[in-house]
Design a protein around this ligand. Structure first.
Ligand code: 3HC
Ligand code: NAI
Length: 699
């Protein structure tokens, strides 16, 4: 719960809010602050109060962990503290350092003055948790910063730094040098100047652009499809102009509470903690030694190799890029250069920085030249014999302690480790997503033999690369791609049964997927999975249903956008999918050959048929220990496959639906179709009335 202390420096009372690590407003803390405020009021020697956070000085707002459980009866709240500050006859000066976010900023906004160290960030990030600010932020911020600036900060949730906040009128002073000294000096000036000490609530919000609400609403309706919180934020800021301050505060609170109780907010809060849990790997702690990675090498300069090289360059790590095909290597280097030049043109990066980064990537033509690299990532074609050959060659040239990683999408990384027995402990998978320089997700595939040190080193590197790393065990396709197979299989079955590509894509984008599966396939190229299906044909159970829809499209040379046709047609130079009667006819033909009677299929059924296989496979992945926790699976699907964050990821969403309901549908589908056998963990949890979150809690 933390506490709050009061000291005195001359006429200035200093209240320090102390609740490690980020001084969140847990139950008990507001009461402690109120008590110190009362003491400061009662002390005649105190003429002004400085309010600050302990430790690094952050105030991260309400305690997100306490949401969802009732606030203890009779316990003061943050809003009581805010009310007390606004009644204070003595000026209160919020003294900001680190992050003052959400309720932290709202507390500061209620103070008479705000000063901050230069590196401070302030913001109202509540929208990212599925609700608008609930302690007056939407009413006070527009009164200090103006409506346009406040609206942007509240609707987008992006923090601003102290100089910008000062410019917007949120801060009264940016302090260089010792913050507390500067704050006490500022307090002295205010004491000397005397009243009035104006409060935000007494001001009138300034609106310069009367169209801002309509324009923002239109933007949100496009961008925040399906979500409530961004529009709720907008409505609250609108109230600041429309109703008196106290009514605005009351109505903001009502909207906040309704949003807080929503599935959207539960999902987003789940993701907040999932993103923090994913960094925790049993056995790895501060004491685990980590090898520094000063130089890297990448073998295979295709789509992935080139993107991965860019990731290293962006992180300032020198990297050698090797390809056995000199044309491919040249093409990769030209591609890297042109991408950086594009970023320079768009003003994203300075020309000199782009040159520096390109300079960090050295093209090399022989494998011997990877010698000396601390880490080598293999990114050659997805063929085991070829990867074996590369691993053997690497064994001969790499330094003793070098980590060797494979970017394979599906293959057995344990087997690759066995190819280099004396280096087994240093072999892992690093499964980047395409485009590697853009996608935040990285599956770190932990082989049975990888040492904790090698794993910790790769995880530390991932952080430097700005990646969100998820540890996965070895299996066919790891977490994400293994689950993807059921999803794409059902898409093909649904096409045969009567749904069109447009209907399938519409149902899933309406659900919130970033793109529909048919559009994704056209973008990624249908030929990649076609080649894989042909290679794996001998592994297929002939007794089970198989759809030839995608194969038949490929046989017509319809590989997706790159050939101008796939599930859709594309006009030259356009990425806009155009429904194609030729595809409808082909699907009808394939269905007829398989004796499938076609019918109209509702959007709800499309969603269940496509997403329940993800849940079922996710349950197996969790049960087998391939994922450390259900929430890690959520992180993979949100960050790698466009699953809506505001639905919390596949596993959280299934918990919200109720595993008994999910299980009942899967069991029903299992009676009449292939591939639907319920996962044992799903059956067990459903029968016990539990969810995947219970598995995580118990772990
Ligand atoms: N409540 C509870 N716990 C919090 C928290 C919060 N508001 N903010 C951070 N934490 C916890 C994290 O879960 C983490 O715990 P762990 O060590 O057990 O995993 C620990 O504090 C450290 O957090 P980070 O790992 O995220 O540390 P960073 O230094 O990377 O980031 C931060 C610090 C920028 C403050 C980041 O934690 C953050 O963005 N926090 C959330 C801020 C936020 O959204 N505030 C609004 C809350 S809602 C609100 O205030 C409602 C109001 O309008 C009424
Ligand atoms: P690609 O076909 O674009 O590039 C592979 C490159 O490897 C080619 O340039 C080729 O010349 C080179 N190469 C082949 N044999 C070589 C050898 N012996 N030595 C050096 N270079 C050699 O392939 P892509 O798409 O980049 O895939 C590479 C790996 O990454 C595969 O394992 C793939 O499964 C995986 N992957 C691919 C993703 C994608 O979306 N394309 C996503 C994630 C992983």
């Amino acid at each position: 719960m933390g506490g709050a202390g009061l000291e005195r420096d001359g006429a200035v009372g200093i209240i320090t809010i102390d609740n490690p690590p980020v001084n969140a407003m847990s139950p008990g803390l507001p009461g402690a602050i109120l008590a110190r405020l009362a003491e400061a009021q009662a002390d005649d020697a105190v003429e002004a109060v400085v309010l600050r956070g302990a430790g690094k000085g952050a105030l991260a707002g309400a305690d997100i962990r306490s949401f969802g459980t009732p606030w203890p009866e009779g316990e003061p709240t943050l809003r009581d503290v805010i009310a007390a500050i606004e009644l204070s006859a003595k000026p209160v000066i919020a003294t900001l350092a680190g992050y003052w976010l959400g309720g932290g900023l709202e507390l500061a906004l209620s103070c008479h003055y705000r000063v901050a160290s230069r590196k401070t960030q302030v913001g109202q990030p509540e929208v990212a948790l599925g609700f608008p600010p609930g302690a007056g932020g939407t009413q006070r911020l527009p009164r200090l910063a103006g409506v346009e600036a406040a609206l942007a900060m509240i609707v987008d949730g992006t923090p601003v730094d102290a100089p910008e906040a000062a410019e917007k009128g949120i801060l009264d002073r940016v302090i260089d040098g010792d913050l507390l000294e500067g704050a006490v000096a500022f307090a002295g000036e205010r004491i000397a100047a005397g009243p009035p000490h104006a409060l935000a609530r007494e001001r009138t919000p300034e609106l310069r652009d009367p169209d801002i609400f309509a324009a923002t609403r239109e933007r949100l309706e496009r961008r925040a499809r399906g979500q409530r919180a961004p529009l709720a934020c907008l409505e609250c800021v609108e109230l600041a102009l429309e109703v008196p301050f106290d009514e605005g505060i009351r109505r903001e609170r009502a909207i906040f509470e309704a949003c807080m109780a929503s599935a959207e907010s539960r999902a987003l809060r789940h993701v907040f903690f999932a993103e923090r849990a994913v960094r925790k790997v049993p056995g790895i702690g501060k004491e685990t030694s980590v090898r520094p990675i000063e130089s890297a090498a990448i073998v295979g300069a295709g789509t992935m190799g080139r993107g991965i090289a860019t990731c290293f360059a962006n992180a300032g790590i020198s990297v050698r890029l090797m390809d056995s095909d000199s044309q491919a290597l040249e093409h990769a280097m030209a591609g890297i250069r042109s991408e950086y030049e594009g970023r320079v043109k768009r003003g994203r990066i300075a020309a000199a920085d782009a040159e520096d980064r390109i300079g960090l990537i050295e093209p090399i033509e022989t494998l011997e030249r990877v010698a000396g690299a601390d880490l080598v990532i293999e990114a050659v074609f997805e063929e085991m014999p070829l990867k074996e050959e590369v691993f053997r060659a690497l064994d001969a040239v790499c330094d003793e302690g070098a980590i060797i990683a494979s970017n394979t999408s599906y293959l057995d990384v344990n087997h690759l480790a066995d190819i280099v027995p004396r280096r087994r402990g240093n072999v892992l998978g690093m499964h980047f997503f395409s485009p590697a320089q853009v996608m935040r997700l990285l599956e770190v595939v932990r082989t049975d033999s990888a040492t904790l040190e090698a794993l910790a080193s790769v995880l530390a590197l991932a952080k430097r690369l700005g990646k969100l790393a998820v540890v996965a065990g070895v299996c066919h396709g790891f977490i994400g791609n293994r689950m993807l197979e059921g999803y794409t299989r059902e898409v093909r079955f649904l096409l045969e049964e009567g749904a069109s590509p447009v209907e399938i894509d519409a149902a899933l984008t309406a659900f919130g997927m970033a793109m529909g599966p048919c559009s994704v396939a056209d973008l990624a190229g249908l030929d990649v999975s076609w080649r894989k299906r042909k290679a794996d044909a001998h592994l297929r159970d002939p007794a089970k249903r198989y759809s030839a829809v995608a194969d038949r499209l490929c046989e017509l040379g319809r590989f997706g956008q790159k050939t101008g046709a796939g599930y859709y047609r594309y006009e030259p130079g356009s990425r806009a999918p155009v429904p194609d009667p030729e595809v409808d006819a082909l699907i009808a033909e394939v269905a007829a050959e398989s004796g499938i009677e076609r019918r109209a299929i509702a959007a709800d059924e499309i969603v269940e048929r496509c997403l329940y296989p993800l849940v079922n496979e996710g349950a197996r992945i969790l049960d087998e220990g391939i994922a450390l926790r259900a929430s890690d699976i959520d992180i993979v699907w949100i960050n790698g496959y466009g699953f809506p964050r505001w639905r919390g990821g596949v596993m959280h969403w299934a918990d919200e639906v109720g595993l008994d309901a999910v299980h009942a549908t899967i069991a029903r589908l299992d009676e009449s179709g292939d591939h639907w056998e319920p996962a044992p963990l799903l059956s067990r949890l459903a029968s016990e009335g539990k969810g995947f979150a219970d598995v995580d809690r118990a772990a």
